[in-house]
Ligand binder design. Structure first.
Ligand code: 13P
Length: 249
């Protein structure tokens, strides 16, 4: 049995006080949820304050990005050790916005995934096709390249601890959600690839999240898919009402 994860990716939103307020309300309203793992991914500047709010709660802290080295002369970057130090359990890697706006390639993602594991962070590795790629029938080929390159340096044992997020780029922030069939087709394919890479037992243990315009009205149908093990929520995670409804789908 894979425990579902509902993760909020706050992206570049929320000042410290706003982040603390949102985290506190989420904590108060989801305190009794035990059958799902809740993860909050605030911006770097709010990690420390949100961690304090979450201290006595099962809600986990995640970051949205990191560098692939643990320290060094990389002006402006944040290292995985710093994320561990501030109390992160998870880190989102290879988000399509990083790929699209900051030139992140599959081989950069691979280096980051490798370092996340060696530092003791659990990566949430994002993959997903763009609209032109889907329209050209290239979805599965793109996913295969992202999964096979991005995760190529992990051992079978490490593979088991991985989290993958299928986020079709055309569904992010657009209000166009993938249908449950589209999500299931992609996520079943991803699990098959993970099975080839890490063995069937590990592949069955890996949580594969869906992300892209999740809201309180579409979460149940998505979660009813066999290979959808949770959600990576953007816009709807910035509002306590909608995020709590998603958690309680
Ligand atoms: P939206 O839920 O705003 O579409 O964002 C999804 C996402 O990118 C989560 O990482």
């Amino acid at each position: 049995m894979r425990k579902p994860i509902i993760a909020g990716n706050w992206k570049m939103n929320k000042l410290i006080l706003e982040a603390v307020e949102l985290a506190r309300e989420i904590k108060n309203r989801t305190g009794s949820v035990a059958n799902k793992e809740i993860v909050l991914c605030p911006p770097f500047t709010a990690l420390s304050s949100v961690k304090e709010v979450l201290e006595d709660s099962p809600i986990k802290l995640g970051a949205q990005n990191m560098h692939w080295e643990v320290r060094g002369a990389y002006t402006g970057e944040v290292s995985p050790m710093m994320l561990k130090d501030v109390g992160c359990t998870y880190v989102i890697l290879g988000h399509s916005e990083r790929r699209q706006y900051f030139g992140e390639t599959n081989s950069i993602v691979k280096k980051k995934v490798r370092t996340a594991f060696s530092t003791g962070l659990v990566p949430i590795v994002c993959v997903g096709e763009t609209l032109p790629e889907r329209e050209k029938g290239e979805t599965l080929r793109v996913l295969e390249e992202q999964v096979k390159t991005g995760l190529s340096e992990l051992t079978r044992e490490e593979g088991k601890g991985l989290v993958v997020a299928y986020e079709p780029v055309w569904a992010i922030g657009t209000g166009k959600t993938a249908t449950p069939d589209q999500a299931e087709e992609a996520q079943r394919f991803i699990r098959k690839l993970l099975g080839q890479m890490f063995g069937g037992e590990s592949a069955q243990a890996i949580r594969i999240l869906y992300g892209g315009s999740i809201n309180p009205d579409n979460i149940s149908a998505l979660m009813s898919c066999e290979d959808v093990d949770g959600g990576l929520v953007g816009g709807a995670s910035l509002n306590v009402e909608s995020f709590v409804k998603i958690v309680n789908y």
